[in-house]
Write a protein that binds this ligand. Sequence first.
Ligand code: SF4
Length: 361
Amino acid sequence: MEKLSFNKITACLDMAGCPNRCKHCWLGVTPNVSLKKSDLEFVASIFRSYANNLEVTSWYREPDFRNDYKEFWKLEHWLSTEHMKHFELLSYWRIVRDSEYVKWIYSLGVRVCQLTIFGMEKMTDHYVGRKGAFEEILKSINILLENNIAPRLQIFINKDNVMELPLIEKLIAELDLDKRCKTIGQEFELFIHQGSCDGENEKLYNIRIMPEDVIKISPKLVEYTLKYFGKRDLFDVLGKTEEELFSELINDNSTMSFVSSSPIFYIDNTFNVYPNITHPASWWCLGNLKTDSVNAILDNYINSKTKAQSIINAMPIGQMIKKCGNSRSKRLFIKGDYITYIQNQFCEKQYGKDILFMDLL
Ligand code: SF4
């Protein structure tokens, strides 16, 4: 087989997992583990000769969840030819447990940290899947501001939490976030959206927001959201109803390819490799780094040989929608998220429900 070559490969290894079990998590909930330094070195060595540039990261679920996060940050740099700046996503689990963490983050140049809430205490703890999460988020907001980092709030809404938005608005006023962020030279940002419809979030399809729920969002929260996204209308952020998307796409004969010259690969804690497109379901799996050759894995990617890629490559989206869409649903979707949802639904019909995303309780 001819040796494949890419402009850049980004390989993200799930070396620790995540303290949370969010109901909107598109990455799915797999057990937390603690992989070794040599595992990341192994991943880097495998991909190194296949790309002009290589970036490796020791996480794709919760950043800095490992106690040795500083050592791993250095190791990532050492193993990568290109390494991005630290994301504005931090671990609030760590912020409240490790007083050095926020100072270290600041020293890396991070000035904004995005935190996700779903409502007040009971609702946020329910959605995060962990008691105490809401309290940790509130504590984190104060710790961040004391360390000159502005909190940015992301609010995921569904039918069962949209009624808590006025309480969030009140909380923001009580915390005086506009003024406190200004004091440190930053602008307070907040945005609302419903998230994608893959991974854990797919299970929330039935309670996805509809236009009748959007009118419950206050003008102040709409203003923050439009400003953040640079949009003029909230439906430019929240998308269209499934009914509208269904009629728009039903006669669409286009097929899709996800192949890029600079792919991002997610590698789970058993070394299965997935393209960074949607949740790591079995039909997206490119192979396993311990049992398959890297050339075969990259060949699967570039020639769209995974079960999902081969279907999506050959079958027009209109045909999948005919089989899996709901022409009478008022649920709101961004077009790209809706297409991904339909593609996964179609694969699920072909191959059966993926064990990773079953309700096992
Ligand atoms: S959404 Fe993020 S924080 Fe929540 S479970 Fe998934 S990886 Fe963890």
